[in-house]
Design a protein around this ligand. Structure first.
Ligand code: BES
Ligand code: MN
Ligand code: MN
Length: 462
């Protein structure tokens, strides 16, 4: 892989300029106003794959945003790696909290990234990480050092639930035949502590609506005699967790896979500092389910969080009103072996059952998906471990993450394929937040590591 590594070094600056081009297209999947930019991004990626040397690249239309698919088959006796990533990004708002405009990438030095980090929406999640694969591939092809067959499947709907990709993989099962899936859309512990993500949480996402009176009322004339739906909603939400921060929905924990003491002791070996954690997000004290550590609370335990709550008057000044309606978006992160449909049903049933007679309640399930556990004792994991050891000079630590990539569970169910979660982000990258950023170190380390994975995977599969 020496030629490939030299090629990467010699083309570093161009790689970064190309990533900037990609980032400048505001591919926000959630907002229909950006439909044209989604198509533009897909076209741009297809062209880049073609010039990198794929046999063919295609834009496959779906009921939503298109999927970019490409292949390079060099020898049917060699293993095939299916690279998955997403070109869509989260909305950039609140815009006023960005130090520089979200779609105008800029490199700035930070304490965590003394060599500089790219500040922009999508810099890490997932344009920066996905693009590392295109550039690693380009380098391996240009240097005649590509060790495996490669298929690329880059979608535009990860941030909105991957519903159409779920349908797509069922239709294209034969074409997507591969030995393993490779994904860079997660993080690692620190730039000097490489890790491989071995678990993702599932998700159930709900919207609720509480209706009191049939119209907004004068809070003086009616206040005190009519249930206020915002007060009621707040009471209902606060009853969903108890004093130990356990979720009170009956049956919620029934299927939760409890880890053994040995497994928990193993987990506790991964470096983690509670003070640094608190300081990094400026909180006085951590909080969570009684009896579990912070790393456990954010990986092996399920959660319930309100993502947004609205109703009544929120404009300038004061308006004395007793509102007719109150709303909230509530998400639950799930762990093995909870099922997102079952949990959504339990939530709906319980939420309706705790509503007082004074209000009506509507529960609307939004997207969801199942969690994943990646074993550490199969060839692709060992290849990933060796690849990181080659580029970092240190053996990586397996870590379960709290985030979700729902399609990963479907890859296993539909395609029968395991995924390697070879992510290079850091928790401090502020993905989904203002001032999202991705270290130049991380971007280049990723491009350097990926060819080693291909190399090790071919060796191990011999
Ligand atoms: N790349 C993230 C997930 C992630 C980030 C996993 C860091 C582990 C570490 C992905 O783009 C994402 O944001 N997923 C959503 C779920 C989706 C259904 C909206 C999430 O986790 O909230
Ligand atoms: Mn992502
Ligand atoms: Mn995301």
């Amino acid at each position: 892989m020496q030629k490939t590594q030299t090629y990467i070094q010699e083309n570093k600056d161009r790689f970064l300029e190309e990533l900037f081009e990609l980032i400048r297209i505001p591919s926000i999947s959630a907002d229909p106003a950006y439909k044209g930019d989604m198509l533009k991004t897909a076209d741009w990626l297809k062209a880049k794959m073609e010039s990198a040397g794929v046999d063919f690249a295609r834009i496959d239309a779906t009921a939503g945003h298109p999927i970019v698919y490409a292949e390079k088959m060099i020898d049917s006796n060699l293993p095939t790696v299916l690279v998955y990533g997403h070109y869509d990004v989260q909305p950039a708002d609140p815009l006023e909290l960005w130090d520089t405009p979200p779609f105008e990438p800029e490199v700035r030095k930070t304490d965590i990234h003394p060599d500089g980090a790219i500040f922009a929406r999508g810099a890490c999640d997932d344009k920066g990480q996905m693009f590392m694969h295109l550039k690693a591939f380009e380098a391996m092809v240009a240097c005649n050092e590509l060790p495996c067959n490669v298929k690329f499947m880059i979608e535009g709907e990860e941030e909105i639930g991957s519903e159409n990709l779920g349908i797509y993989i069922k239709e294209k099962t034969a074409e997507l035949k591969a030995d393993v899936i490779l994904i860079s859309d997660t993080g690692m512990i620190a730039n000097d502590i490489p890790s491989i993500t071995t678990g993702l949480r599932g998700l159930s996402y709900m919207e609720v609506e509480v209706t009191g009176p049939n119209r907004d009322l004068h809070s003086g004339l009616y206040g005190g005699a009519v249930a206020n739906p915002i007060n009621v909603l707040c009471d209902m939400i606060s009853s969903l967790t108890d004093e130990d921060n356990q979720i009170t929905i009956p049956g919620f924990y029934d299927k939760v896979l409890e880890l053994s003491d040995e497994e928990r002791a193993e987990m506790a070996k991964a470096p983690f500092n509670q003070n640094d954690f608190n300081r990094s997000i400026d909180i006085g004290k951590e909080s969570g389910e009684k009896g579990f550590s912070t790393p456990e609370r954010t990986s092996i335990r399920p959660t319930l969080d309100v993502n947004g709550i609205w109703g009544g008057y929120t404009g300038e000044g004061a308006k004395t009103v007793l509102p007719s309606k109150a709303h909230a978006k509530i998400s639950m992160r799930l762990v093995p072996h909870q099922n997102s449909v079952e949990i959504s049903n339990l939530f709906e049933e319980h939420f309706k059952s705790i509503a007082p007679e004074s209000v009506k309640v509507k529960v609307i399930p939004m997207h969801g998906g199942e969690g994943t556990v990646v074993p550490t004792n199969f060839p692709a994991y060992q290849a990933a471990s060796k690849a990181l050891e080659r580029s970092f000079g240190k053996k990586p630590i397996p870590v379960r993450s709290g985030g979700s990539i729902p399609i990963v569970a479907l890859f296993e169910e539909v395609l029968g394929l395991k995924s390697i979660l070879l992510g290079f982000g850091l928790d401090s990258d502020a993905i989904h937040s203002p001032n999202e950023n991705y270290g130049l170190f991380n971007f280049y380390k990723g491009i350097e590591t990926i060819p080693y994975f291909f190399d090790e995977y071919r060796e191990i599969k011999k």
